[in-house]
Design a binder for this molecule. Structure first.
Ligand code: THU
Length: 133
């Protein structure tokens, strides 16, 4: 599975987003080290604090299925009805990544015509993790 393919799966997951309040739809495709992919989309709520991001939907689904070893996540997001653009994970999602992933975990961002790949320690430097406890 290359970065482009993983990003395409994130775009597919994005079509399932439930975003009636922000109209900003996001999809994520999380690749395990064994080659399996778990999808996620953002799921909003009338009580805004209950909103779940696409990245965490994918992580929590995978973890619930027994996965623990992750290689990469692709994220595709943008305004409803428009092509996906750069959609960098929010701080809470970065913290969830830091809980389960090594510093070389890859974050694959769009747009599709200009895929860029970042390492977790690049997008969350000086992180607080279980190693600090
Ligand atoms: N959102 C995500 O799903 N992932 C991100 O990386 C950024 C934001 C969602 C949350 C909310 O439903 C909408 O995008 C607007 O913030």
């Amino acid at each position: 599975m290359n970065h482009q393919e993983l990003y395409s799966l994130a775009e597919q997951a994005r079509t399932r987003a439930y975003a009636p309040y922000s109209h900003f739809t996001v999809g994520a495709a999380l690749l395990t080290k064994s080659g399996k992919v778990y999808l996620g989309c953002n799921i909003e709520n009338a009580a805004y604090g209950a909103v779940m991001c696409a990245e965490r939907t994918a992580f929590f689904t995978a973890i619930c299925e027994g996965e623990r070893d992750f290689a990469a996540i692709a994220v595709a997001g943008g305004h409803e009805g428009e092509a996906g653009d750069v959609c960098a994970p929010c701080g809470i999602c970065r913290q969830v990544m830091a809980e389960f992933c090594a510093s070389d975990f890859e974050i694959v961002l769009g747009p599709e015509s200009d895929i860029k790949v970042y390492r977790l320690d690049e997008i969350l430097p000086l992180s607080f993790t279980k190693d600090n406890l």
